[in-house]
Design a protein. Structure first.
Length: 414
């Protein structure tokens, strides 16, 4: 009986298909069209064959790479890599060109395929091949050989490509302020890889790269891979010098600022910023000399809170300070605060060449201070950082117009 019903249903489907009837045999209710079905599709400028629609056809979890391809097309990234990037290769012919391998790595990393082994599983992926313009991706062994061909010249080519891309982006709108956010991090490594070592600060094995971001946009401006044992500030001045020279040469009207944590508190870095027109704010590690110089502020805070030991309170001040390794005294701005519900005071010290005066504002004026810092391009609130880190930068760098360029502070230290 069941087979008889299937045969009858098949006959009905054949009859309906022959006469173009696109509905179920036992359902005469007209099918409602989805509002999304009205959209016929959006074509990409980079390739008119690509169309984005909502008809529920072939699905891919990597469809977002099409938007990245559109962005690359706007910046002409493919032509840029083809012209400026090549490795030292003795082979006269390769199916997978260097610029294509680099593009593949960019798309893979953006698509969260971080390992070279992923190339094998993505080899025939339609979206990945479409955005790169190939019939098959490079395999994992091919990518490994590609990485091994890279040398110092390849790194210089990548830096030049980054400068060209930055120039193209800034041609749309040049930034009024750039905040060089200097930092380092840990790249964990496993096994006896070249250059990996135990980093005492992170208590882990890996590399300790140096990074510089634009603190206002989050753009990565420069990165340098270093062995895991390197200290934060090791080579930081040489790392920043080409970047500062580029901005002074190509974007002279852009105000330059820099900030860093206490790991970058070195005289070499201060002098670099001061002689290259950059205003900086760098945190100092607390020491007995700094506490002694701030003793008057600490006493003032104790006096202000003697009748209220519960509420939050803060005082600001400044003084000249010279560490043994510094060529001359520099301005140090300090903040001493009593957290809510605590009796002990917390000290924060930053060294700066900016000409603003500390503001003695309570927490009620904190939001206003943050907005002023944002207007002048001095700070960025980053997720994952404590509120104290945000607060400690608020009243340090507010300055008047026309004083954004840094200069040696030897005269002001007298």
């Amino acid at each position: 009986m069941g087979f008889h019903l299937k045969d009858e249903a098949r006959k009905v489907w054949k009859r309906d298909f022959k006469f173009g009837i696109m509905q179920l045999p036992y359902n005469n209710k007209p099918k409602e069209r989805s509002p999304m079905a009205i959209i016929t599709g959006i074509a990409l400028e980079s390739n008119k064959k690509f169309r984005v629609n909502f008809d529920g056809g072939n699905l891919s979890s990597d469809g977002g790479l099409l938007l990245l391809k559109e962005f690359y097309h706007k910046l002409d990234v493919n032509s840029l890599l083809r012209k400026h990037f090549h490795t030292t290769d003795s082979a006269s012919f390769r199916i997978h060109k260097d610029y294509q391998n680099l593009l593949q790595m960019l798309y893979q990393i953006t698509g969260a395929y971080f390992q070279d082994d992923h190339a094998d599983s993505l080899r025939n992926d339609p979206v990945m091949n479409a955005v790169i313009g190939k019939t098959a991706l490079a395999s994992q062994p091919t990518l490994s050989r590609f990485h091994n061909r890279m040398d110092e010249q390849s790194l210089q080519q990548l830096e030049e490509i980054q400068r060209i891309l930055r120039r193209r982006v800034y041609s749309v709108k040049k930034p009024e302020h750039v905040l060089f956010d200097l930092d380092s991090t840990l790249l964990a490594a496993y096994g006896a890889q070249e250059g990996e070592a135990f980093n005492y600060h992170y208590q882990a094995h890996g590399y300790h790269p140096l990074l510089c971001f634009d603190g206002l946009t989050g753009d990565l401006l420069k990165v340098e891979l270093r062995p895991g044992t390197q200290y934060c500030s090791k080579g930081a001045a040489a790392f920043m010098l080409p970047l500062l020279e580029e901005y002074q040469r190509e974007y002279p009207q852009t105000a330059l600022f820099a900030r860093g944590d206490s790991g970058f508190a070195t005289d070499e870095l201060y002098s670099l910023f001061e002689t290259n027109g950059t205003s900086y704010v760098i945190r100092l590690k607390e020491n007995p000399v700094l506490r002694r110089l701030a003793q008057a502020l600490d006493s003032e805070l104790s006096y202000l809170t003697q009748n209220d030991m519960v509420s939050y309170a803060v005082v600001y001040g400044e003084f000249l300070y010279k560490a043994d390794s510094w060529a001359y005294p520099r301005r140090v701005v300090c903040k001493i605060e009593k957290p809510c519900g605590q009796m002990l005071h917390m000290n924060t010290f930053v060294v700066t060449n900016m000409e603003s005066s500390p503001e003695y504002n309570g927490p009620c004026n904190l939001d206003h201070g943050i907005e002023k810092m944002r207007e002048h391009g001095i700070m960025r609130i980053t997720k994952g950082r404590s509120a104290n880190y945000v607060i400690q930068n608020v009243h340090v760098g507010i300055q008047s117009k026309g004083s954004h360029r840094g200069s040696p502070r030897g005269e002001k230290s007298k």
